[in-house]
Design a protein around this ligand. Structure first.
Ligand code: GUN
Length: 296
């Protein structure tokens, strides 16, 4: 079998266009423009690229983008003060504090201060708890994007399918497992201590790899016809040069020969994260204005 490639770049472009349409409608109907605030502390080059992309795509969707850059020497108290000011600002409907934070800051404490209604990352314990009990709340962007790609290929009913999520992070693995459970999948969360990981993955109709180990999931781990979502973004040395190349957690070459559907890296899950962030910000703005949840 040769897998069908899941084009996350195209799907994300479509989602951003639908968000932009709803944003334009919101302006006409209610005079409301969603606003997203992004706070970046320090000068991590990868984070600077992410934040710049977020700002550009926020504006392209017709929303207001507020960017706050703080030096790496800023104190935790100064960051908490900034978050408190954004919580109180009615023009700001979504707040994202770019992670990782400098080591002298406690990211849990910072996330804890974000108003859960404005927590477009879905990282606040209130939103994590809502997801766990099946209540409406903000859902983390990457898992939300993965679920959209899965449903786009398998249809809306995932009930009874075996899903294996590799990785147990609060940002991807745990919320991804909760989302799949909410869809009535039989969910296994595998991680670095899992015994016979290849055997566990081989049972899965849906595999979501989010471990951060380059090229770990091999073709012979994959059940023929399974859907494989690769969340990994790993830089490894490029053969025959002193540059690097971006690879996922899945060995694409071998897995694509066995899987039914597979996301590439780059161009798979990556573009979905910011598109879902924009969707979450629109949803947050509607909720804060007492309007119905937009259907995207
Ligand atoms: N750093 C890398 N990805 C993310 C993300 O999705 N949200 C935040 N806040 N920081 C990140």
């Amino acid at each position: 079998m040769t897998a069908q490639v899941i084009d996350g770049k195209a799907f994300a472009a479509g989602l951003r266009a639908r968000v932009a349409e709803k944003v334009a409608q919101l302006k006409v109907d209610h005079g409301l423009t969603p606003g997203l605030a992004v706070v970046l502390v320090g000068e991590d080059p990868a984070s600077e690229v992410y934040v710049r992309n977020k700002g550009e795509q926020t504006r392209a969707a017709g929303m207001n983008s507020f960017e706050y850059k703080m030096p790496a020497t800023a104190t935790e108290a100064e960051l908490l003060e900034r978050v408190a000011a954004l919580n109180a600002d009615p023009a700001v409907h979504g707040i994202l504090v770019q992670l990782p934070l400098p080591r002298h800051m406690d990211s849990a404490k910072v996330i804890d201060l974000i108003d859960p209604a404005k927590d477009v990352d879905g990282f606040h314990v209130v939103n994590a708890g809502k997801l766990a009990v099946g209540a409406k709340g903000m859902v983390p962007c990457t898992p939300l994007g993965c679920l959209m790609l899965i449903k786009d290929r398998l249809g809306p009913n995932l009930a009874g399918l075996d899903a294996v999520v590799i990785g147990r992070s609060n940002i991807v693995g745990k919320p991804m497992a909760q989302l799949l459970l909410r869809e009535s999948c039989t969910v296994t969360i595998a991680h670095s201590k899992t015994r016979d990981l290849p055997g566990v993955v081989r049972r899965a109709d849906i595999v979501v790899a989010a471990v951060g180990v380059p090229l770990m999931v091999k073709g012979d781990w994959v059940k023929p016809g399974a859907l494989v979502i690769d969340v990994g973004m790993n830089r490894i040395p490029k053969e025959g040069s002193n540059g690097t190349r971006l690879v996922g957690d899945v060995d694409y070459q071998t897995a694509a020969e066995v899987a039914g559907h597979i996301t590439p890296v780059p161009g798979g899950v990556g573009p979905m994260t910011i598109a879902c962030l924009l969707a979450n910000c629109l949803t947050a703005a509607c909720a804060q204005a007492g309007l119905p949840e937009p259907v995207l």
